[in-house]
Design a protein around this ligand. Sequence first.
Ligand SMILES: NC(=O)c1ccc[n+]([C@@H]2O[C@H](COP(=O)([O-])OP(=O)(O)OC[C@H]3O[C@@H](n4cnc5c(N)ncnc54)[C@H](O)[C@@H]3O)[C@@H](O)[C@H]2O)c1
Length: 387
Amino acid sequence: MTSRTLRIAMNGITGRMGYRQHLVRSILPIRDQGGVTLEDGTRLQVEPILVGRNADKVKELADLHGVEHWTTDADSVIDDPTVDVYFDAQVTSRRYAALTAAMKAGKHIFTEKPTAETLAEAIDLARLRESTGVTAGVVHDKLYLPGLVKLRRLVDEGFFGRILSLRGEFGYWVFEGDVQEAQRPSWNYRKEDGGGIVVDMFCHWNYVLEGILGTVRTVNAQAVTHIPTRWDEQGREYAATADDAAYGIFEIETPGGDPVVAQINSSWAVRVFRDELVEFQVDGTHGSAVAGLRNCVAQQRAHTPKPVWNPDLPVTEPFREQWLPVPANADLDNGFKLQWEEFLRDVAAGRTHRFDLLSAARGVQLAELGLQSSAEGRRLPVPEITL
Ligand SMILES: NC(=O)c1ccc[n+]([C@@H]2O[C@H](COP(=O)([O-])OP(=O)(O)OC[C@H]3O[C@@H](n4cnc5c(N)ncnc54)[C@H](O)[C@@H]3O)[C@@H](O)[C@H]2O)c1
């Protein structure tokens, strides 16, 4: 029944994202379910090849998960004509060179974000994809999450009427590493190693805003380093040179031409008083909704309470109880796996993937402009990128 097997070289699988989300939650389950079904009913199977710098670690993972092929020589898999896809979840600073080499060798690529450290490099990658004609996919995982899928459906159904605003709250406390170990890698907190919350999160916010509302036209951000000293994986104190919180305001233009104001707080120095680690509230003339990673609740105009401001009285309404859960009405799998499956079908069909290197370049652009806006203390327009 299997029509074809795609060989996928996976670099960065000893890391947090590469291991958990891409290997364990995506490629191995896809392999173990016998691949994906193509439009014509045939099966497309996957065969991972694990790639990393440390032979012991890579071999251990290969043995643990029954993966036959592994190597420490990334160049050799890129040069290997039997390899179809190169996947990259290395630290961001190594990505541009790796993706460039892979596409030049004719490999299809699937990659973590951000695709590059600078907009110029991100555009370069998008141009290289066009000239090589390979299929490229960039992780846009948030758009595949059940909460955001439900939110998008409310937009498609016209639930909101005219959309007015979006407010997003992302973050949690990342331990400094002195008493309790930090739950994120230390390079995330060093600017010189490609760290920083703006670089990390604004590329997500760009595709979330595009995917839910429309095109981002302006950005006004304030990036700060709240915690200037942290302790690394070896327990050594280091200067946290990168921003660990960013307060951003974005102007969006919907496909219908309406302006929407989006405000998103991102922070690794905030304690959670929310139902989920990220939440987006969308308010419109006819209704509002709040979506997290998994859940989404909504309130229609007809069900909207009429609070009256009176600080002398206790709160009169059980506000949180007045929202209705939005059902999934579908079996929504892990977001990374769903995007992988879509990407693999695109590779088999020889077509482009909808979340490609140009969309990724717009994400890198928003991060770059966010940092510039913060440094200059002003709102900046977001120009359209053409290749
Ligand atoms: N989609 C998401 O939600 C999401 C979330 C977190 C991180 N990411 C992205 O995934 C990528 C990896 O992030 P992570 O949190 O898994 O990082 P990590 O530090 O846990 O993993 C980094 C990987 O790169 C490898 N590596 C190669 N060269 C290296 C070098 N010189 N120094 C250190 N490591 C090197 C490591 O061995 C490891 O396999 C980043 O680009 C990050 O932006 C995406």
